[in-house]
Design a protein around this ligand. Structure first.
Ligand code: HDD
Length: 668
């Protein structure tokens, strides 16, 4: 080895300071004698502490907690008829993307499963620059005008005097605000539905919310709404389960996304678009396309599938990528354009602005995760954290001393605008109830029960009675029966019917499955103990694994259990380290006599049953269900008894849950 390569080998292996100086010892500070005072000249200690002291950056003011992943987007067919956007017209383009999912209310260190809206933000690194689709998992928003956003968020966030509650909307200030701002009523009912409790980021829809425009090569503009539809179906947790997961595994959704991608089970979503030709813009009597509190029912404008998003790579570093990614609704490429939606217009300012504080200066677009995958050329310069080294003298335009190439760039759609300056809401924004009614009418019986329970829970935490009363008055304008049911749970007098329900519904709004969906990556817990039938468990595991279902064998402790054929069988983990709430189904096999006397096993079965999950048992396993107060003679396709449960379990998992059960007496 030469002296040079020797030197390089040493450098590659060794720690260095930020100045590249090799570090000999990072465990002991420099001292005057082993028990003496530390010396100021210890540059390594000083640098190490300085860097540590400044590791934190401000968290996002909303959507602080999130998880992200890399992937690709590809269209099915070119969309030239509607747009010139390269990534939507080149059938061969595989556009790299980074997606960040998030909750809204809680801090960065809060839990994944509060009742909350989820963010679904996608950065497309297109060949014409970055396009960000910064959406949510609900197709509407609380407010119509961005000037109300600070008020909404102040009311939603923990209350300012004592900073409670964390990651929850069940408190006075939130309900005070929303009951005084009736445009929130439609989004509120979505928030009270199971949509606010996604089983997985991989199992939730996404929406661009606003009406955007696509503009084609002839300058023709078409209004569009963007929809993401998950390949695994749209599924949710129930509230009790979500609350328990918050303690058992606060990283539940983040872990689920990470593990699926690590295992090669790449989640995917179909991008769908509702195309609304400009001529049809005023065709929908009670829906103004510029009002973000309204959706366009799919019965009026169907969703056309246009492409597929697949997430296939976890970030290498959470901070560098997921935390530092800076989305902006204003990042838009030729062929796509904005509308005059006043919520969208306010967002165009806010996202660019917030990054200055969060990422410490104007050069955040140079961070690796934010960098476009195309060359960046302009005369913007300097500022904190500048990474580029511009060359040449000409940092202005026009110039004759450097090069300048104004190619065919982004042109704004030349929409004609005319009107007096005024602080005024359009009268076409005035209806705040009929789409909340539409949502309520579209729900299945169990979805309605969950919504009523959610309103009762949230309003039951509101200490100011006048706010509860106000909310019941609003609900009475959504649907009288809903208002009566909620009022009965929160000590408010039954309201007098004031308006008739319009009776319209939209099937796409319900999450009740209409046909079986994929079971891939669902997780089944098998409760283990000495005496278990080895062949039974092995057979079941094999059968389920063939369908992509993950089986975990939960033992009384880590290690092995003794099976009926005398051989030890290894368990996946100890039952006490998990809980039923982190599984999709629970199985109690035959032969394990200890389980019926084990409170934890009984709780596993009871809780899973209470949450509508498939529960299977064979032989002595049925004793565990009896102890859990589960009626074995109940008509229940998701209660699978007998020796060959695989087919029944798969069928029950394919429809997610059975909420038709009578669970009132189940102690969980
Ligand atoms: Fe927003 C973050 C989605 C209205 C101001 N928003 C943020 C994120 C998502 C959304 C997904 C997290 C992005 C990420 O992962 O980094 N926001 C929405 C949707 C809205 C919406 C779907 C309504 C249709 N937002 C909205 C309004 C304003 C903001 C009206 C202000 C006028 N939003 C912000 C923000 C955030 C943000 C303060 C916080 C961190 C950030 O932008 O980068 O600027």
């Amino acid at each position: 080895m030469t002296a040079t390569s020797d030197h390089r080998a040493f450098n590659e292996a060794a720690l260095t300071t930020d100045q590249g100086i090799p570090v000999a010892d990072t465990d002991n500070s420099l001292r005057a004698g082993a028990r003496g005072p530390s010396l100021l000249e210890d540059f390594h200690l000083r640098e190490k502490l300085m860097r540590f002291d400044h590791e934190r950056i401000p968290e996002r003011v909303v959507h602080a907690r999130g998880a992200g992943a890399h992937g690709v987007f590809k269209i099915y067919e070119p969309l030239d008829e509607y747009t010139t956007a390269d990534f939507l017209t080149d059938p061969d383009a595989e556009t790299p993307v980074f997606v960040r999912f998030s909750t809204v209310q809680g801090s960065r260190g809060s839990t994944d499963t509060p009742r909350d809206v989820r963010g679904f933000a996608t950065k497309f690194y297109t060949r014409q620059g970055n396009f960000d689709l910064v959406g949510n998992n609900m197709p509407v928003f609380f407010i119509q005008d961005g000037i109300k956003f600070p008020d909404l968020v102040h009311a939603l966030k923990p209350e300012p005097h004592h900073e409670m509650p964390q990651a929850a909307s069940a408190h006075d200030t939130f309900w005070d605000f929303v009951t005084l701002q009736p445009e929130t009523m439609h989004h509120l009912i979505w928030l009270m539905s199971d949509r606010a409790l996604p089983r997985s980021y991989r199992m939730m829809q996404g929406f661009g919310v606003h009406t955007f425009r696509l503009v084609n090569g002839h300058g023709r503009s078409t209004f569009v709404k963007f929809h993401w539809t998950p390949a695994l179906g749209t599924h949710s947790l129930v509230f009790d389960e979500a609350q328990k997961i918050s303690g058992k595994d606060p990283d539940f959704n983040r872990r689920d996304l990470w593990e699926a991608i690590e295992a090669g089970n790449f989640p995917s979503w179909e991008l769908g678009v509702q195309f609304i030709p400009s001529e049809r813009a005023f065709e929908f009597d009670d829906i103004d396309l510029l009002d973000a509190t309204k959706l366009i029912p799919e019965e009026l404008v169907p969703v056309t599938p246009v492409g597929r998003l697949t997430l296939n790579r976890n970030p290498d570093n959470f901070f560098a990528e997921t935390e530092q990614v800076a989305f902006s609704v204003g990042n838009i490429v030729p062929g796509i354009d904005f509308t005059d939606d006043p919520l969208l217009q306010a967002r165009l300012f806010s996202y660019l602005d917030t990054q200055l504080t969060r990422l410490g200066g104007p050069n955040f677009a140079q961070l690796p995760i934010n960098r476009p995958r195309v060359p960046v050329r302009n005369h913007q310069q300097d500022g904190f954290h500048q990474q580029r080294v511009p060359v040449g003298r000409a940092n202005y335009s026009p110039n004759s001393l450097g090069t300048q190439d104004d190619g065919a760039g982004f042109t704004h759609h030349p929409e004609l605008v005319d009107g007096p300056k005024e602080r005024k809401r359009s009268v076409t924004f005035a209806d705040h109830y009929s789409q909340a009614t539409l949502f309520w009418n579209s729900m299945s019986a169990w979805e309605r029960e969950h919504i009523v329970a959610a309103y009762r829970f949230e309003l039951g935490k509101v200490t100011t009675m006048a706010i509860r009363v106000r909310m019941v008055e609003h609900l009475n304008r959504v649907d009288h029966d809903l208002a009566v049911a909620v009022a009965a749970g929160i000590g408010v007098e039954e309201p007098v019917k004031s308006v008739d329900n319009h009776g319209r519904a939209s099937a796409a709004l319900s999450q009740a499955p209409t046909s079986p969906g994929p079971v891939t990556t669902r997780k089944v817990a098998v409760l283990m103990g000495d005496g278990v039938s080895a062949r039974w468990v092995a057979g079941l595991s094999e059968n389920l694994a063939e369908h992509g279902v993950t089986v975990e064998l939960l033992g009384p402790v880590d290690g092995t259990v003794d099976t009926d054929d005398g051989l030890p069988m290894e368990v996946t983990r100890a039952m006490s380290t998990v809980a039923s709430v982190v599984y999709d189904a629970v199985v109690v096999p035959d032969g394990v006599l200890s389980l019926a006397a084990d409170g934890l096993a009984v709780q596993f079965a009871a809780e899973a049953y209470k949450h509508g999950k498939p529960v299977a048992a064979a032989g002595t396993g049925e004793d565990v269900l009896l102890r859990a107060h589960i009626r074995l003679d109940a008509e229940d396709p998701a209660l699978i008894l007998g020796d060959a449960p695989a087919a029944g379990l798969l069928a029950a998992l394919a429809v997610h849950r059975n909420f038709a059960r009578d669970i009132a007496a189940i102690p969980a």
